[in-house]
Design a protein around this ligand. Structure first.
Ligand SMILES: [Fe+2]
Length: 285
């Protein structure tokens, strides 16, 4: 049995207000719950890799403060230790790509930019797992971000993370069941929205904001039950007590396990400052 449907948020859904207050408000979110490894200078990649990997395996996040940012080559080599680097093939981001795999994230567009250029805008980014609409083999396991320049206002445009385990823990079993039987309709080979892993439930899911989410469910749930499950999932994601953020500083590197944390970003300053924020990113399979 397969059933297709469409989910669209309503302006009075509880997550809509929570999202706005968390991501577009003035608050500075609490620091991510993993203390930073302090690294004086990078001698070899191996020096940093072992403690970093231990943090990542334990918490699903790694947090490293380098006194000076590693070079792009060292950054890439560190990523290569974690897995296979994904090439940045989207033509719209081509001007920001170096060495085929390093994406320069520079806030240079105002609010309301073209969605493909969203990572470069100063608008907030809704919570998501990376590449949620691709087949599982094409969804990165890790996202690595390194700050080269925090910009004038490091309290804004915070990268935010929410643990999937804590999101799942709030959802009743029948709701989890629906999410494990439902996937994006247009991604035929894609995973279900939730799936069991050795680290608990992993989600492949993006908050589409006002855009429609077309789904297919393979279980017995009705269209209204799927809609209710998606609403509850979104509500569980935007909880103040689950969200933490990164105040970017030069040389700060954060690695996110895409199977254990949702991520997003608070809105940036509406007026461009003298210094724009500059992060570099790797996505690792
Ligand atoms: Fe992302």
């Amino acid at each position: 049995m397969m059933l297709d449907g469409r989910f669209e948020e309503r302006s009075d859904d509880p997550h809509v207000l929570a999202r706005l207050s968390l991501l577009a408000g003035d608050d500075v979110l609490p620091e991510i719950p993993v203390s930073a490894l302090e690294v004086d200078t990078v001698l070899t990649v191996a020096d940093v890799f072992d403690p970093l990997k231990e943090q990542l395996d334990t918490y699903g996040l790694a947090h490293v403060q380098f006194r000076e940012p590693p070079s792009r080559d060292q950054f890439r080599q560190l990523g290569e230790q974690l897995g296979t680097l994904m090439s940045e093939t989207d033509p719209t981001v081509a001007p920001f790509v170096e060495q085929a795999v390093i994406l320069n994230l520079i806030s240079r567009f105002g609010h309301g930019a073209d969605p493909t250029l969203q990572p470069f805008s100063s608008d907030y980014l809704t919570l998501h797992s990376e590449c949620s609409s691709r087949p599982l083999n094409d969804q990165p396991r890790y996202i690595t971000l390194l700050c080269l320049e925090p910009g004038d206002n490091p309290d804004r445009a915070q990268t935010v993370v929410v643990p999937m385990e804590a999101v799942a823990a709030q959802l009743p079993e029948p709701i989890l069941q629906i999410l494990m039987e439902t996937r994006y309709r247009h991604c035929i080979n894609g995973p279900m929205l939730a799936r069991p892993t050795t680290n608990g439930l992993a989600f492949s899911f993006r908050d589409f904001r006002a855009a429609a989410l077309d789904w297919t469910t393979e279980g017995k749930a009705s269209a209204s039950e799927v809609g209710a499950a998606l609403r509850l999932l979104l509500h569980s994601m935007y909880r103040r007590d689950l969200m933490s953020g990164v105040c970017w500083r030069r040389g700060l590197m954060v690695v996110i396990d895409n199977c254990r944390f949702f991520h997003g970003r608070t809105s940036g300053p509406t007026m461009p400052g003298n210094q724009t924020r500059h992060l570099i990113r790797l996505r690792i399979l």
